[in-house]
Design a binder for this molecule. Structure first.
Ligand code: HPA
Length: 279
């Protein structure tokens, strides 16, 4: 039985996308998290394709996620970016949460750049901070690789270094050059959609989490299984539950990420430019 969100389905989706965007091969696939979709407007010669027109993609349902695939050039390099993603808390299986990564890979992208909004757990991670993801905790209680092995996938992908050290070094160097403060830490993925209780936040801290969110990890697991190099960035939208005594509201998450999006956008543009030179 072939999976509706497996390698063959991704090839079919990529073929349909290619009919719209042309033959340019993207080097980098980027997923833009809540409030971070503004980067899409930095893409030049852009072709926009609503998710509803990509075979295999359902419509994005979360406020702040536009649900558009944007292809074009960023800092002179071909990219494909998704403003919006599919979350497990929408009822989607982890295989669908990760499916866009398979499609970007089928289009030719060898690097996957993930971004998300997250709650800060470590004391120094406060609203508005950017955090390079150094590692993750998969606490989603599931894994997108369960089931038959997809063609081209590894059955047991190594996860000792899911976030590429070379790409992290480029991000740090770009941030320093731009004078943008970045931190680094461990991202924990929970199923959501409820935000965490104070006790859960204390538990996560003890487990080694620096930030918490509800996405990204299924995508990164699949990206590693198909051999992509991965970089990830969390925009810290709030202090996770009660660390600062404030309620966590989705509207605030969007507000903070939208306000810190300009630093994020500059950093991603510089990162992509640096990849051009490195190649
Ligand atoms: N918890 C989980 N996900 C989030 C948070 C949070 O506090 N903020 C933004 N996304």
């Amino acid at each position: 039985m072939t999976s509706p969100y497996g390698a063959a389905a991704a090839q079919r989706s990529a073929a349909a996308v290619r009919e719209r965007i042309g033959d340019a091969v993207p080097d980098v696939g980027i997923v833009l998290g809540s409030g971070l979709g503004g980067l899409a407007s930095d893409i030049e010669n852009a072709v926009h394709m609503p998710f509803s027109e990509v075979p295999g993609f359902p419509r994005a349902t979360v406020q702040g996620h536009n649900g558009t695939l944007v292809s074009g050039t960023l800092s002179g390099r071909n990219v494909v970016a998704l403003a919006g993603r599919f979350h497990m808390y929408e009822g989607h299986p982890p295989q669908l949460a990760a499916f866009p990564v398979r499609v970007m890979h089928a289009l030719g992208a060898t690097i996957y750049f993930a971004s998300n909004a997250a709650g800060g757990i470590r004391g120094d991670l406060v609203a508005g901070d950017l955090m390079i993801i150094g590692d993750h905790l998969n606490l989603s209680s599931t894994n997108p690789l369960t089931g038959p092995v997809e063609e081209g996938d590894q059955r047991f992908p190594d996860m000792t270094a899911p976030y590429d050290s070379g790409l992290r070094a480029i991000l740090r160097a770009c941030a320093e050059k731009l004078g943008i403060a970045v931190k680094e830490g461990v991202y924990a993925c929970l199923p959501g959609p409820s935000f965490e209780t104070p006790s859960e936040v204390r538990m996560l801290a003890q487990l080694g989490a620096d930030a918490v969110g509800m996405s990204t990890v299924p995508e990164v697991i699949v990206a590693r299984a198909i051999g992509m190099r991965v970089a990830g960035m969390s925009c810290i939208a709030n202090a996770a539950a009660k660390l600062d005594g404030k309620a966590v509201l989705h509207a605030d998450v969007l507000d903070v990420t939208t306000r810190s999006a300009s630093g994020f956008q500059s950093l991603v543009r510089a990162f992509v430019a640096e990849l051009s030179r490195a190649k």
